[in-house]
Ligand binder design. Structure first.
Ligand SMILES: C[S@@+](CC[C@H](N)C(=O)[O-])C[C@H]1O[C@@H](n2cnc3c(N)ncnc32)[C@H](O)[C@@H]1O
Length: 271
């Protein structure tokens, strides 16, 4: 079921999650289990459950899964990001074989929550935490704080929309968090619309694992963010992206022939 959900199943649930981002999250979750990293899995901002179902499918029998959303309290959805619907959410869980009773649902505004008040029910610690609730700077900063407080050894946080120009305050909230808690988290991978973070002493291991797990056509480059090495992955969508992300292009990049061909290719292929 997990494999099918990553390949195509997620498209049957309304929401925001690309196949590449599903693959990145699934690779992290499976690797954690293989490495003995344990803890709850959960998300702030589930909408109809597209990403959440992936987390629930990744959990082991003795691990908890939790979903936080405003659901009926949409008056607090200040930036209009999605629209949680608990009935649609529960129906979707059932469609993918997840018993709604096995999920801890927290209804309400994440701004009113703190990990200290949740850990008894959702904890003791989290290994995979997706943040995709309110997209203001204040809420992003706050939700990152909850996730950071909850994170167990080897845990990973998945932040949505960090590079999305439609929600610029997400990056502001993230920068505030990094300034207020320097060194707490290290980014290690960037997907289509997700930024993945871990404790600094785990980040390198996650990068190494993803380099093997993700098909090379998705690899864009190794670079840095907040002074940490990160790998950028992307679903190639334009002809130029397809060309750039082939193994041959990568090899040619550092070759004189590749440098000579670059302006010619750019002239004929846009995007
Ligand atoms: C972009 S959608 C989430 C998409 C979802 N992760 C998916 O996989 O498709 C954002 C969700 O966050 C919820 N939300 C917005 N502000 C919130 C807040 N302050 N506290 C809790 N949930 C919030 C909305 O109700 C909505 O369901």
């Amino acid at each position: 079921m997990l494999h099918r959900y990553v390949r195509t199943g997620h498209r049957r649930v309304d929401g925001w999650l690309s196949r590449l981002d599903a693959l990145l999250i699934a690779s992290v979750g499976r690797w954690q289990s293989a490495q003995g990293v344990v803890g709850s899995v959960g998300e702030i901002g589930v909408h109809h459950g597209r990403l959440f179902i992936l987390l629930a499918l990744l959990r082991k029998a003795d691990e908890r899964a939790f979903a936080v959303d405003l659901f009926d309290d949409q008056q607090f959805n200040v930036d209009q990001s999605g629209q949680g619907d608990e009935t649609a959410f529960r129906n979707n869980l059932v469609r993918f074989g997840i018993a709604p009773a096995s999920i801890e649902v927290v209804r309400g505004n994440s701004l009113d929550l703190a990990w200290a008040g949740l850990s008894g029910r959702l904890g003791p610690s989290v290994r995979l935490f997706s943040i995709d609730g309110g997209h203001t700077a204040e809420i992003t900063r706050h939700d990152l704080g909850i996730a950071d407080d909850s994170l167990g050894d080897g845990g990973v946080i998945v932040l949505d929309d960090y590079f999305n120009p439609e929600f610029p305050a997400v990056s502001e909230g993230m920068c505030r968090f990094m300034a207020e808690r320097p060194g707490a988290l290290a980014p290690f991978a960037i997907g289509d619309n997700k930024l993945l973070l871990a404790r600094p002493d785990w980040a390198g291991r996650y990068r190494g694992m993803l380099a093997d797990a993700v098909p090379s056509r998705h690899f864009v480059r190794d670079t840095e963010l907040f002074g940490q090495p990160v790998t950028v992955f992307r679903t190639p969508r334009t002809p130029m992206q397809f060309i750039r992300q082939t193994g041959l292009t990568r090899r040619l990049r550092s070759h004189p022939l590749g440098r000579a061909l670059k302006p010619i290719i750019r002239r004929f292929v846009q995007g």
